[in-house]
Design a protein around this ligand. Structure first.
Ligand code: ARG
Length: 475
């Protein structure tokens, strides 16, 4: 009955073409084939373990599943019109290969627990891959930071608040700030993977089965940390997809902020960075143009990432227990966000690792004496003046310097509260070497931070590696 869906038994007519077209998920859930087969092999082993089918029957079905896996690997699998989704397609083919024995594959199982199992397996592997790619970008930042230098002779640039030049900071410190945000993203990914590490297999359609299934056995077979506690929850829970999408969206937001920064840095107005030709694009009309399209798309794609997250949340919000077909809408946003973030991380890693920096432009922009105003106020504080008074004293000098177009250092030298020694604070780069707060942008805290950053990257690499043990246990 290859021209009928697997559930045709209680139906008198064939499904309408419009129904099949509207309800199919095969066009996008094909990428779950590995995880579906992995889940099925564990299920079959569970059926043998519980003596629901014989050992030889089990072996026959597993061989058929492995044959199907090979067909996918070699691009030889042939879909038919009634294959609704990857799960029914694989079961149909297994039954074709293994006949009546193959027809026992779905014993004690529903597509509801089957699809939840496959999707969790997929997430475990793919989120770990995103974790690795995110750490690769952290490594790029670490390398470029070390190259820019953490010491008193390190490259510096203006740090901004409100997009106004505020205080000079080390370029290394600036790069590291992005790496710390990404490390939190990796931390979140590993926590999501730990939380989703639950086997739903055995929950059946919604209530479990009267057959003596052993959900613990199957869970262990699949390398899950534990089995489900409640069958209704097991088949209807998509918290893990929502969490994954949030994590991916937040990575996307971090990349978007980074992208915006690089769009600015590569303008002629800023001129802080020059992109390698391999990581920039041209204009179809303006011959002179060199554009930072990777940075712009890193910014632009955040829109669809947010859409994928909010779309899924909206899908979930009205659903009564347990499985509803609406849940099929979980896959496209998830696949899309994983794919887009993987592409963005790799493109940005390449763009940043190959870019050249115009350190002279950065330092010139940071050498404005006005950026040392805070150091002058702190110098007065160190000599006993209350900060508010120091702030206002220096503020008045700044105002005079701008109003009368006189160098701030000149006014400082002539000021009886500040004097000649304080004027040295305004020399290029002087502010950097004086900064001492741990976690701040100075040479002593810089050395500490550089070690802390390396350590955190190493810790996260090990955590991601421990969570991404091979799940595709086909022979
Ligand atoms: N393609 C479906 C999905 O992705 C599989 C589950 C279908 N279950 C059902 N009872 N119709 O959600």
């Amino acid at each position: 009955m290859a021209d009928q869906p697997l559930w045709h038994g209680r139906f008198e007519t064939s499904p309408a073409d419009a129904l099949m077209k509207f309800t199919e998920s095969l066009s996008f859930d094909q990428k779950l084939w590995r995880d579906d087969i992995t889940g099925s092999i564990a299920h079959v082993k569970g059926l043998v373990h519980s003596q629901i089918i014989s050992k030889s029957e089990g072996e026959k079905i597993v061989v058929a599943l492995e044959t199907v896996a090979n067909e996918f690997v070699n691009d030889k699998f042939v879909f038919v019109a009634t294959d609704e989704d990857i799960h029914t397609a694989i079961e149909r083919r297994v039954t074709q290969i293994a006949g009546d024995t193959g027809a026992k594959l779905h014993t004690g199982r529903s597509r509801n627990d089957q699809v939840a199992t496959a999707l969790r397996l997929w997430c475990k592997r793919e989120l770990a891959t995103i974790g690795k790619l995110t750490l690769d970008l952290c490594d790029v930042f670490k390398l470029r930071a070390n190259e820019a230098g953490w010491g008193s002779d390190g490259v510096y640039l203006p740090g901004y608040t409100h997009m106004q030049r505020a205080q000079p900071v080390l370029l290394a410190h600036h790069f590291a700030a992005h790496a710390w945000a990404l490390l939190r993203d990796v931390d979140r990914l590993t926590q999501t993977i730990e939380r989703l590490d639950v086997s739903p297999l055995g929950a059946g359609a919604l209530a479990g089965s009267s057959l003596p299934l052993d959900a613990d056995f199957v869970s262990t077979e699949l390398g899950f940390a534990r089995r489900f506690n409640n069958s209704l929850d097991a088949v209807s829970d998509r918290d893990f997809v929502a969490e994954a999408l949030f994590n991916l969206t937040l990575i996307g937001i971090h990349l978007s902020r980074l992208g915006e920064e690089w769009v600015l840095w590569t303008t002629q107005e800023f001129g802080f960075a020059v992109l390698d030709d391999a990581y920039s694009t041209g204009s179809s009309m303006l011959p002179q143009k060199k554009n930072a399209d990777i940075a712009e798309l890193a910014r632009g794609k955040s829109g669809r990432l947010i859409g994928n997250l909010t779309g899924l949340l909206a899908t979930l919000k009205g659903l009564p227990l347990a499985y509803n077909r609406d849940l099929q809408e979980d896959k496209e946003p998830l696949f899309d966000s994983v794919n887009q973030i993987a592409l963005a991380l790799q493109a940005l890693s390449g763009m940043i690792s190959t870019a050249k920096f115009n350190t002279a432009a950065m330092q010139t922009a940071a050498d404005s004496e006005l950026l040392g105003a805070t150091d002058l106020a702190e110098w007065l504080v160190a000599r006993g003046m209350p900060f508010r008074e120091a702030h206002s004293h220096v503020g008045a000098l700044v105002s005079k310097s701008i109003r009368e177009s006189v160098e701030l250092s000149k006014l400082v030298k002539a000021d009886d509260k500040l004097g000649k020694d304080a004027a040295t604070l305004l020399a290029p780069g002087a502010a950097i070497s004086r900064r001492s707060t741990k976690g701040g942008s100075g040479p002593i805290p810089g050395a500490i931070q550089s070690a802390e950053l390396s350590e955190e990257i190493t810790v996260m690499r090990a955590r991601v590696a421990s969570l991404s043990a091979p799940l595709f246990n086909l022979r």
